[in-house]
Design a protein. Structure first.
Length: 118
């Protein structure tokens, strides 16, 4: 799939594979995504020990890819590797979080827009 051609932070073609036109289900899935995104990003503190950091990044990756928020999923995949002896781990995690929060803001805005249109 060419993700560079998408105009939304959420891939509606991907999401529609799961909801098959069911607007109530679409709204429910997007609401859950918004809740999960807020919960997991709040848990991603740069100074976290490696295991909780990786687990939070992994959970957010799954929630994001489930709705086709590919950019967030890709960022979280990278975040999962920011453990162990990574050089400047704290700085790398802070940089990641800044980028993640910007992407999440866009994805949540798209989810809200989609829900209003449903």
């Amino acid at each position: 799939m060419d993700r560079t051609m998408m105009t939304s932070a959420i891939d509606m073609a991907h999401l529609d594979l799961y909801v098959c036109g069911d607007r109530a289900l679409l709204e429910e899935i997007l609401t859950i995504f918004e809740e999960q995104a807020a919960m997991w990003v709040a848990r991603l503190e740069p100074a976290l020990p490696d295991e909780p950091w990786r687990n939070a990044a992994h959970a957010l990756k799954g929630a994001s890819r489930g709705v086709g928020a590919w950019a967030i999923g890709d960022l979280c995949e990278h975040a999962e590797s920011l453990v162990g002896g990574v050089a400047n781990k704290l700085g790398a995690r802070k940089t990641f979080l800044n980028e993640l929060k910007a992407c999440l803001e866009e994805a949540v805005e798209d989810a809200q827009r989609i829900r209003r249109a449903a």
